[in-house]
Ligand binder design. Structure first.
Ligand SMILES: Cc1cc2nc3c(=O)[nH]c(=O)nc-3n(C[C@H](O)[C@H](O)[C@H](O)COP(=O)(O)OP(=O)(O)OC[C@H]3O[C@@H](n4cnc5c(N)ncnc54)[C@H](O)[C@@H]3O)c2cc1C
Length: 393
């Protein structure tokens, strides 16, 4: 295990409490926030701070990426060899029971053909944070953003609170929301947000005891109330997640461990893959997995990246790749606005996001259309109705 705390402590000792000025203040230290920071640090002279509310030790989910992850890391100037071997591993394909009880074998869904990879998110995210700190960015873990106001000169005045060091303030030329599905800044600013569903993921991690189970690969299994995803992760771990709507989780009481386990035991295939694996926690974790898009076109000196601007159904495996590429585009946009005085860069960024999102909606709809085995299930009825939706920001 990486000792996350030791890194956090090193970073925290760097906190400077007096009033400071920074060019770009990024709220959120996930893949989107750190990639935006690294792009700015690598390709501009702008100063960058990242404020992260957690100690980075929080359980992180979402791990399946295409092989293009290595090109993205190249752009961030992180050589493949710099990743710890346990933080990324190849997957050998996906078996899906989707639209039929018979298995379909694919390399991946919606991603390039060929090898795909599973990340250890804690290690991967930490690597990116480490790189930001090493390249001159300031990282403030365990720090909350209490308040932000835009002044007449368009600069942001932001009040922050560190868990132990207390409240401090900063002026930033540019503010970036990288808070993931919380959209902390975008929501507080009241920007237009279109939420398209109430999908949630409820899952548990397992430790594998039987090496033979390594053939478990990646499995998707549709069920009456939603769909299951199970995958082998680095360090002989497995994750099993059930995706369904928030109201179904509540009605079925799936946060209760025995209810979640009972649902797992109802699967046709996934339960067999987990037969020799030990649960690593008592209770399932629950995460928002809803689709949304945020409109940032009208707010000056502000943009959002990753899940904060556009969040995808995990069936697409698009989240992490998009988080990183949107950060590249965002960094270019900030550079164009702050250094090259190109104000229209923001609306170009917003348009790009909108067209990616439009494409994604079509693919999502096509994918869900393939499953027609449960016409009376509310979950699947909602997915069949997806075709009538349109993005109207
Ligand atoms: C169950 C599930 C499974 C998924 N599976 C996959 C998959 O297989 N492949 C894939 O590509 N994607 C997957 N995703 C999506 C993927 O996890 C996200 O797209 C990705 O993490 C987005 O990165 P991000 O940096 O935008 O947001 P996040 O990773 O959510 O990071 C946001 C950061 O901001 C911090 N933060 C939040 N609020 C504040 C605040 N107010 N102040 C300071 N910091 C704050 C958080 O602590 C966090 O560190 C999955 C998602 C879910 C829910």
């Amino acid at each position: 295990m990486v000792d996350l705390d030791s890194l956090v402590l090193v970073l925290v000792t760097d906190v400077n409490l007096p009033m400071e000025k920074v060019d770009v203040l990024i709220i959120g230290g996930g893949p989107a926030g750190t990639s935006a920071a690294l792009s700015l640090l690598n390709y501009t002279n702008l100063s960058v701070w990242i404020v992260e509310q957690s100690d980075l030790n929080r359980l992180r989910v979402g791990e399946h990426v295409s092989s293009s992850i290595f090109n993205l890391l190249d752009y961030l100037k992180i050589p493949k060899e710099d990743l710890e071997p346990e933080s990324i591993m190849p997957t050998y394909g996906t078996t899906s029971y989707w639209g039929s009880p018979h298995p379909a074998h694919n390399h991946s869904i919606f991603t390039h053909e060929g090898a795909t990879y599973q990340l250890d998110r804690a290690k991967f995210d930490l690597k990116l944070v480490e790189q930001v700190a090493q390249r001159g960015g300031e990282v403030f873990p365990r720090t909350k953003c209490l308040n932000f106001t835009q002044q007449e000169n368009k600069e942001w005045h932001v009040t922050l609170q560190h868990a132990e060091k207390g409240v401090f303030e900063i002026n930033a030329q540019y503010l970036v929301d990288a808070t993931g599905r919380q959209i902390h800044v975008g929501r507080s600013l009241g920007l237009p947000l279109q939420k398209m569903d109430n999908l949630m993921g409820i899952g548990m991690f397992f430790q594998l005891t039987d090496q033979a189970q390594k053939s478990a690969l990646q499995i998707l299994e549709a069920a009456e109330l939603g769909w299951w995803y199970a995958a082998l992760l680095p360090d002989n771990k497995l994750v099993a997640t059930f995706f369904t709507d928030a109201d179904i989780i509540a009605a079925q009481k799936l946060t209760q461990p025995h209810k979640w386990q009972a649902l797992l035991q109802n699967t046709q295939h996934i339960k067999h893959k987990l037969a020799n694996a030990h649960l690593m926690a008592q209770k399932p974790w629950v995460r928002n997995a809803a689709t949304h898009i945020l409109d940032v076109a009208k707010q000056e000196r502000f943009l959002a990246v990753g899940d904060a601007i556009c969040a995808f159904d995990p069936i697409s495996s698009m989240g992490i790749g998009f988080a990183i590429t949107s950060a590249f585009q965002a960094a270019r946009c900030i550079q164009a606005q702050l250094l090259n005085n190109v104000p229209q860069a923001l609306s170009a960024y917003n348009q790009d996001i909108l067209s990616i999102f439009d494409q994604y909606l079509k693919i999502r709809q096509q994918y869900y259309q393939q499953e027609k085995r449960w016409p009376d299930s509310v979950f699947w009825q909602r997915r069949q109705a997806l075709e009538t939706e349109e993005v109207a920001l």
